[in-house]
Design a protein around this ligand. Structure first.
Ligand code: NAD
Ligand code: GLY
Length: 359
């Protein structure tokens, strides 16, 4: 097991990463201290991983609540049902919420913990690759609104994150690749050497080689933890973690949520952001070639589906990084470095979208 720390002063916390962590006695004891626990999970994950987790909770009172799988559970309605349950079961302010599953349960459960009695402790036990490298770290919690994804939420850091990489063995292939897209993102934004390592390790990662997956999760979390420690509430550089996401979110919105997985849309979005970076003269054609090639080998799309450029621009303008009507983009200045900027010719963006989209 390796332990990384997210350094946030009084809100600092460890991320435990490794094989066989679920079921390890005493790992969570310091965060529980006999307090009442509520484990939130999903219909697919709970039957496999709830029992080993329960075995770690010692003499705490443990209630469990299971939500249906998928993005449809990330709603105000689900949030309300969790809060109702907590009131009904008389959780007090020293209760602990534990989220067991992917990013959906982590986001909605974390948000419930953020607002129940003005905030209770929570622990993330992520079981998807995407959740282990991204959503469980950094304290963004929330739910969707019919008007947009993640529109309602709060920053609420977990007390600890327990990433048992053995859980990735049961993950469907498509979900594995979606998580790999976010891992490629970390190489592109912060570590060219890690990007090259991913190029070498692509076959091993797809075969779920434990050592390769452990390193990929660890390096991704190191990069994310460093960025979050510098800019917890996204006043500045944390926006770099959204590389590929402005385009990706617009793809998801235009196609209708659930057509492509989030990681798939991010993969195509990263290619679009890379292409725009090339138009700005910041990276070369060979860099884009490497990015496309790696994503394709990881079974991810390297271009968007056929969409209408006007609709796409409208969808991009709903991005949370828009300030004063300007769409801020995260662009590459090389493999391993980015710039967040609204300083680009907007006709270039429209040009690129018109060239890429056939509708
Ligand atoms: P998800 O939570 O829907 O999980 C994907 C699917 O995998 C689900 O059907 C789930 O039941 C199943 N699953 C989970 N673990 C499994 C396992 N070990 N074996 C077999 N099946 C398993 O999706 P996700 O990709 O984990 O997360 C996506 C969500 O995360 C989105 O809502 C996104 O907005 C959010 N997100 C949040 C942040 C953040 O910083 N908070 C960052 C990135 C993404
Ligand atoms: N997933 C982007 C962030 O945590 O900021």
């Amino acid at each position: 097991m390796i332990t990384l720390n997210v350094e946030l002063g009084r809100r600092s916390y460890p991320i435990f990463i490794g094989s066989g962590l679920l079921g390890t006695p005493d790992l969570l004891t310091p965060y529980l201290d006999g307090r009442d626990c509520l484990v939130l999970s999903t219909e697919t994950v709970a039957p496999v991983y709830l029992e080993p987790l329960r075995a770690m909770l010692g003499n705490s009172r443990v209630e469990t609540m299971t939500l249906p799988d998928g993005e449809t559970s990330k709603t105000v309605g689900s949030l309300e049902s969790i809060l109702d349950f907590m009131v009904e079961k008389k959780y007090s302010r020293d209760g602990v919420v534990i989220t067991l599953g992917g990013g959906v349960i982590g986001d909605v459960g974390g948000f419930a913990a953020a607002i129940y009695q003005r905030g209770v402790d929570f622990i993330q036990v992520p079981t998807t690759l995407l959740a282990q490298v991204d959503s469980s770290v950094g304290g963004k919690t929330g739910v969707n609104h019919p008007g947009g994804k993640n529109l309602i939420g709060a920053f609420h850091q977990p007390r600890c994150v327990l990433s048992d990489t053995d859980t990735l063995r049961t993950l469907p292939d498509r979900e594995l690749s979606a998580g790999l897209a976010e891992i490629v993102k970390y190489g592109l934004i912060a570590d060219a050497g890690f990007f090259s390592w991913l190029e070498e390790q692509a076959p091993a990662l797809l075969k779920r080689d434990p050592a390769s997956l452990d390193y990929a999760v660890r390096r991704s979390c190191e990069i994310k933890a460093r960025v979050v420690a510098e800019d917890e509430t996204e006043q500045g550089i944390r926006a770099m973690l959204n590389f590929g996401h402005t385009f990706g979110h617009a793809i998801e919105r235009c196609m209708g949520y659930g057509q492509w997985l989030h990681g798939e849309a991010v993969a195509a979005g990263m290619c679009m952001a890379a292409e725009f970076s090339q138009r700005m003269g910041w990276i070369g054609a060979e860099d884009i070639q490497r990015i496309r090639h790696l994503l394709t080998r990881l079974n991810l799309p390297d271009q968007p589906p056929a969409l209408n450029p006007g609709d796409f621009m409208a969808a991009m303008s709903l991005d949370k990084k828009v300030i004063g009507g300007e769409i801020r983009l995260v662009l590459l200045t090389g493999l391993g470095s980015v710039r967040v900027t609204a300083d680009y010719p907007s006709h270039e963006l429209l040009d690129m979208l018109s060239a890429q989209f056939i509708l």
